[in-house]
Design a protein around this ligand. Structure first.
Ligand code: ZN
Ligand code: ZN
Length: 345
């Protein structure tokens, strides 16, 4: 098969011919129809993820068709349209037994712990625990995001963030996961303040339901003051969807008393969190890490009803040959919306 391979961190990834994967007993191999280019792929390529061994194939946000199933798989067969949470749970550890597959103690992650989906085929473990059916009406390009950014945003806003109608929600960073969060929070009846340095990203955020947009380039130290002003004292819920010391601290400072901060973006360097404010205002600091397959139904219901429209997030589709350059470009140019790679085209 063809795959994007890198042999050194931060240096040229190339499309190469490599052996086809085979499914493990409880795993499947999926023919990749669409795979998103996510900032986590860039972090992995840069060497920020300790799980990655070289040579490596990135890609973890995918949708496609089951090609081959392991002998112990019960619920899936070749031809099924599927996506998968990028955190593939073991199904048996104490976290899994408690229903918290997104923090599984023995998780695998395509594109991190093993070769990922910037390829014609990808192997996925524990299919009966992890696969999610993609309805006929949903395109593979739209479904790919349900494996990482869209589902992560859903859990951050609805699960960890406990959004309620009428609340103010600030979203710092409107890339793929941030724009997903804007759409989801607005669909849940919240009033959303979108924060980004890109005019195009803010334009998309407004079209997805943000009632206020803040150009963060006017606030190099963080846009929290603008958010507190627009929300009459601070947001009830604020997300750092980018992952930087500035956006993390700004998100915490954006909150009103007893507000909730959810850290979604990965932080390559440790932020300084304003802990005096966390104490004085009784703020909650929460992490959010993907979403378990069994938590997908409420999100899929909102997709099916049209309340959520993940297809609107896809702003460009590229072939596998264009993926290495697009991966490298993620470090500097944070494009607006989501780029999807289509390995079969
Ligand atoms: Zn991702
Ligand atoms: Zn587990």
């Amino acid at each position: 098969m063809r795959a994007v391979v890198f042999e050194e961190f931060g240096r040229d990834a190339k499309v190469q011919d490599v052996p086809d994967p085979v499914p493990s007993g409880q795993g499947v191999v999926v023919r990749v129809e669409a795979t998103g280019l996510c900032r986590s792929d860039w972090h992995g390529w840069m060497g920020h993820d300790p799980d990655i061994t070289l040579p490596h194939v990135p890609g973890h946000e995918l949708a496609g068709v089951v090609e081959a199933v392991g002998s112990a798989v019960v619920n899936w067969r070749p031809g099924d349209r599927v996506t998968v949470p990028f955190i593939c749970a073991c199904g048996r550890c104490p976290a899994c037994a408690a229903g918290a597959q997104q923090v599984c103690e023995r998780q695998t992650q395509p594109g991190f712990t093993h070769w990922g989906s910037f390829a014609s085929y990808v192997a996925l473990e524990q299919a009966d625990v992890n696969l999610v059916a993609v309805p006929e009406g949903l395109s593979f390009a739209a479904a790919a995001g349900l494996g990482c950014r869209f589902a992560t945003a859903f859990r951050a806003v609805v699960g960890q963030g406990r959004v309620a109608p009428g609340e103010w929600v600030a979203v710092h960073g409107c890339g793929g996961v941030g724009l997903s969060a804007v759409m989801i929070a607005a669909a849940c009846g919240a009033q959303v303040v979108a924060v980004d340095v890109s005019a195009r990203a803010l334009e998309l955020a407004r079209s997805f339901g943000a009632v206020e947009c803040v150009d963060a380039s006017a606030y190099p130290g963080g846009a929290d003051e603008a958010v507190r002003e627009l929300t009459g004292g601070g947001a009830h819920l604020s997300l750092d969807a980018l992952g930087s010391p500035v956006t993390c601290a700004a998100s915490v400072r954006s909150l009103r008393w007893r507000g909730r901060h959810v850290q979604v973006g990965l932080l390559p360097t440790a932020p300084v969190v304003p802990m005096a404010r966390v104490i004085g205002l009784e703020l909650e600091i929460l992490g959010s890490h993907g979403m378990a397959a069994h938590d997908y139904p409420p999100m899929m219901d909102m997709v099916r009803s049209g309340a959520l429209r993940p297809e609107l997030l896809v702003t460009s589709t590229i072939a596998l040959d264009a993926a290495p350059a697009a991966l490298a470009a993620m470090g500097t140019a944070l494009g607006a919306g989501v780029t999807i790679i289509e390995p079969a085209k």
